[in-house]
Design a protein around this ligand. Structure first.
Ligand SMILES: *Cc1c(COP(=O)(O)O)cnc(C)c1O
Length: 376
């Protein structure tokens, strides 16, 4: 699905040098590379505060703790997302309120969110799924009307940008109250282990996030609130500092790979390519197509037989997971998510994809579909 080894080979010297420097300085925790990366990411994003932490799931949890969300508060999340988003909500004793998504962009919309708002709603978590921002302008308007926080889950969309109006463009994660991202190795900006960060323009909130991430400590050995221990390792920060310079290039490579797939699949009625929003760029964390449900799993097997990996993100929606099953969450409320779980298929997508690889993959997808559908 990804080729991290080839990506590393291209910048081996630079990365190895950065890692060696950390080892020699032996400042493994909160070394200067962490502050350096924080600063560089703030500049890249055009955001006033970046708070590094241990992983993307922690970033979401720290955001909710720092915002002072308390037991019983309702937090609106998409039903079609990775489990981390809802998990931390439940873990903090908050109530995840699931909403269905748009069938073309896979993201939540203001219209769907509005129906789920109650007097207990405190926050919305838009997930910019697969690398494309949710339509944020109407979501921001809705949130301000109802006095709700927006916690953007931009773990899959670092580098994506949303246009509010001509000339007013913001990067994913910098539009809401706070943004949460992940540097898991396969994410668009990945380190060599776990890593994450929060972004916010609100200095007081940034201070609270830093405090929560550091044992609720205001100064050494003085703990004002209950916190967690969540840090970005110095070595990971050093690696990210090197890779951040190439992030825009990575985005371009992914967009190019997506265009090659698009071209190959154009005009085929049995494969629906990912729709591009008119407001957001798409940085293709995943290239996810929709295939008729009766062929999807067979196509996946056929690709595997031919040495081509593919993945179903996500096969089981949140409301059907044992951990989140509740009588309130009836599958009938989520017709789009129901269908997507049976029809989506993500194809290999990474920064090192060649035209030859792309044609090999799309050729097999097309030959399978033409065999299957010749009498359809
Ligand atoms: C990867 C991911 C996370 C969690 O990130 P980790 O660093 O693995 O904890 C959260 N939300 C989404 C949408 C993700 O894709």
């Amino acid at each position: 699905m990804v080729d991290l080894r080839a990506q590393y080979a291209r910048m081996k010297e630079e990365i190895d040098g950065a890692i060696m420097q950390c080892i020699e300085s032996a400042q493994f925790i909160n070394g200067p590379e962490v502050a350096g990366f924080q600063k560089n990411l703030e500049i890249y994003l055009g955001c006033k505060n970046v708070i590094p932490c241990a992983n993307g799931t922690d970033a979401l949890q720290i955001a909710m703790m720092a915002l002072g969300l308390t037991r019983g508060d309702e937090v609106i999340v998409p039903s079609f997302t990775y489990v981390a988003t809802a998990e931390v909500i439940a873990l903090l004793g908050l109530k995840p309120v699931l909403v269905d998504v748009d069938p073309d962009t896979f993201n939540i919309t203001a219209e769907l969110i509005e129906k789920a708002i109650t007097s207990k709603s405190k926050a919305i978590v838009p997930v910019h799924l697969f690398g494309q921002c949710a339509d944020m302008k109407p979501i921001i308007d809705l949130a301000s009307k109802h006095n709700l926080f927006i916690i953007e889950d931009c773990a899959q969309a670092i580098g994506a940008a949303y246009t509010f109006s001509p000339g007013v463009v913001k990067k994913s994660g910098t539009m809401g109250t706070v943004g949460c991202t992940s540097f898991f190795p396969s994410k668009n900006l990945g380190c060599f282990g776990d890593g994450g960060a929060l972004y916010t323009d609100d200095f007081a909130l940034a201070e609270r996030c830093r405090m929560v991430a550091n044992h609720g400590q205001s100064r050494k050995y003085y703990h004002d609130i209950i916190g967690v221990n969540s840090r970005l390792d110095t070595i990971q920060a050093a690696i990210l500092n090197v890779k951040l310079k190439y992030l825009d290039r990575y985005c371009e490579s992914r967009i190019h790979a997506a265009e090659l797939y698009d071209k190959a699949f154009a005009g085929n009625d049995f494969i629906k390519v990912p729709k591009r929003s008119t407001k957001s760029t798409h940085v293709f964390h995943q290239y996810t197509v929709q295939i008729p449900a009766n062929y999807r799993d067979e196509l996946k097997d056929y690709l595997a037989e031919n040495g081509i990996p593919s993945m179903v993100y996500y096969p089981v929606p949140l409301y059907k997971q044992k951990a989140f099953a509740s009588p309130e969450n009836d599958a009938k409320q989520f017709p789009v998510t129901e269908r997507l779980c049976d029809t989506v298929l993500s194809l290999p997508m990474h920064t090192e994809m060649t035209e030859e690889e792309s044609l090999f993959i799309s050729g097999h997808v097309l030959s399978f579909l033409s065999k299957k559908t010749q009498y359809a």
